[in-house]
Design a protein around this ligand. Structure first.
Ligand code: ZN
Length: 164
């Protein structure tokens, strides 16, 4: 039975609904395959990963996650204005669009478009859910050993996981 328990190195399939404090649903696996993630690899927010640890197939949990253990605290210094010319000419900007930027030290970080004009694009390096308390309703649908390849990649493959 231990094979059905959520521990590091397992590929875990979950159905989930993510709500904010006001009850607004911001993400859900409803109507799709269960989301597959690799336990212990930071594929999901730390606060949820911790609360799923040791659970088993069929378990249903409600996990409340603080911002610190979720998508982080909002950092107002994360707002930055980027010249339109730094982007390819053919980009059609939409609020909420995600880009990957090179930041100090040559590292890359995701950023989200919050506003734009013909000359500049306002980017927020905070995750859109930074600063939010997260309320997850989760059902554990499947647990299996991850393959060597999945462990090497740091994410699971197949339906609900990475397709490549
Ligand atoms: Zn892969």
């Amino acid at each position: 039975m231990s094979n059905e328990q959520v521990t590091a190195g397992k590929a875990v399939g979950i159905h989930f609904t993510l709500k904010l404090c006001d009850g607004k649903v911001v993400d859900s696996s409803e109507g799709q395959d269960p989301m597959l993630y690799l336990h212990g690899q930071g594929n999901i927010v730390p606060g949820l990963e911790e609360q799923l640890d040791g659970k088993a197939v069929g378990d249903k949990i409600n996990a409340d996650v603080d911002p610190e253990q979720g998508y982080g605290i909002r950092n107002e210094a994360g707002m930055t204005e980027v010249p339109r010319t730094d982007f390819p000419d053919d980009v059609k900007f939409v609020k909420g669009m995600k880009f990957v930027f090179e930041v100090e030290g040559g590292e890359v970080a995701p950023g989200w478009v919050v506003d734009f004009t013909d000359e500049t694009v306002m980017i927020d390096l905070n995750h859109p859910l930074a600063g939010e308390h997260l309320h997850f309703e989760v059902e554990i649908c499947s647990v299996r050993d991850a393959t060597q390849e999945e462990l090497k990649h740091g994410h699971p493959h197949g339906a609900g996981g990475h397709e490549h």
